[in-house]
Design a protein around this ligand. Sequence first.
Ligand code: X8Z
Ligand code: ZN
Length: 620
Amino acid sequence: MRKAKILRRAGAAAAISALALAAACSPEPAEPSGTDETAAPTVEDAKEFIARVEDWYRDFGEYSARIQWVNATYITYDTDWLSSRVAAEGTEMGVKFANEAKRFNDLDLPAEMRRKIEFIKLGLNLPAPEKPGAAKELADINTRMGSTYATGKIELDGETVARVDLEEMMGTVRDPDKLEEIWVKWREIPVAENDDGTTMKEDYARMAEIANEGARELGFEDVGAMWRARYDLPPAEFAAETDRLWEQVKPLYDQLHCHVRAKLNEQYGDDVVPLDEPIRADLLGNMWAQSWANIYDLVAPADADPGYDLTELLKSNGYDAKKMVETGEGFFSSLGFEPLPETFWARSQITKPRDREVVCHASAWDLDSQDDIRIKMCTKVNSDDFQTIHHELGHNYYQRAYKDQPPLFQNGANGGFHEAIGDMVALSITPDYLKQIGLLDEEPDASKDIGLLMAQALEKISFMPFGLLMDKWRWEVFDGELTPETYNDGWWRLREQYQGVRPPVARDAHYFDPGGKYHIPGNVSYTRYFIAHILQFQFHKAACEQAGWTGPLHRCSIYGSKEVGENFNAMLEMGASKPWPEALEAFTGTREMDGEAVVEYFAPLMEWLEEQNKDRTCGW
Ligand code: X8Z
Ligand code: ZN
């Protein structure tokens, strides 16, 4: 079900490809146009087909999005039923159109039309085979996995604890036994039995089977290849490109890992944190060890503390969830973006409703492709969620900026762009900015830069290997390298290899630890976040240059820069109408993704870390 928010929920249906352009090589001999499906198709036929698909998108997209919204903000038997039904309908139509689009494979088409035809083929997140019943079975499985994840119950100290509270506890609790308990209980949900005795793990395996069959019918090797095909590159080249980017930032990750492990060893001792092993995944301040910002206090440089904690500042200044969102809006307004519509405030879910089940994982929605944009969060007053608010608003402003594009181009330049917009803005939450909005009295001086950079690295650099391995795992699932018996071993192999983390207790093959992360049962592809973590630094660097900033990148805030806002908006308005290198070039002047901006941003920290680590044994 999570997939059928066709072109609505941010990133859920990103569909980009330029293999299309490469494939459009053999012009068809001119034939009179007609309705005979066996005759060679003409450009006119393609135009008529595209118009039909776009009409359907306009109509069905809104209908589907409204059902999915109700389901996500009020999970019941009935809304699951509706969600599953509309998802199945969407998949059936999507598959039908994708198969029909193949007719035009060899036809020489203008670039824009060729791009649309390729999007029609790539548009489904999870295709089903055409045989009757397959789309419905797939939708039922996905609805169930999503709702199981969102509503799974966990008992702690005799009480049922909300999942968002458990997530928050991973950042604040410092007792390793307690952390282990929370971490382990969280991962009971994916192996707990559904009403009919099956588990999420079995559902996942069946999902992969059906969707792979669907992908093969459409001419892709498997679902993983289909996901990789959305980046205007052949799938194998895209995978190599992500590896190249990772190699650029890996030295920084390795140094950060080494330092963090040493500091955790000081905190918890050799038994809990041996110095030559991967780090225990429950000690890093986050349920998935994907962002380590919450253990800043444990690893902070001694003399460089910036002297403020954003969570504390928000709390002591009386911020509530709404004020946090208003502050995020204020940033975008300062760049020249129109304020959010009244309906945003009336219809968003900003805090967790107390009396019903909802999907708490944050998302941004565009219900009608016009102005009905919203966020759905279970906001807590803390720094993590302040970041996430900017992240989600980035999706909403992007959606609004490209609303005048034709339906098939109403999307990010690629999935990574969509995820990078709000994050790029959040990189401008500097001390100077916090002072300007009255949250901070005094800016810390340059001697505190290492502390500021450390906080940022714990948030961003720690994420990168996780951002990469999530889909590496899924690529192995979809290409058959992993089977249900090896799902969990494969997961921990990648977690260890890329992140250098290990589970707090042995995890045998019966567990399904990937299922403890929203995007796995939710089937949201994840390489987009890895790409976004590279792109946001490229955007930030370009934006700071446009704003005339000459100081260090981590002190640059583009707050208030109308010029940057205008340039940024020009890129956002393009939506998916052009291959992403053109969108990137429009804003940054380069057509390449490049980890250099990350390296430059963190250069002073890298130097400091190397000094700290010089007598330590790094690696795992
Ligand atoms: O899922 C999200 C957003 C919604 S698109 C809240 N993010 C990833 C995650 O939480 O795992 C943002 C960062 C990575
Ligand atoms: Zn996002």
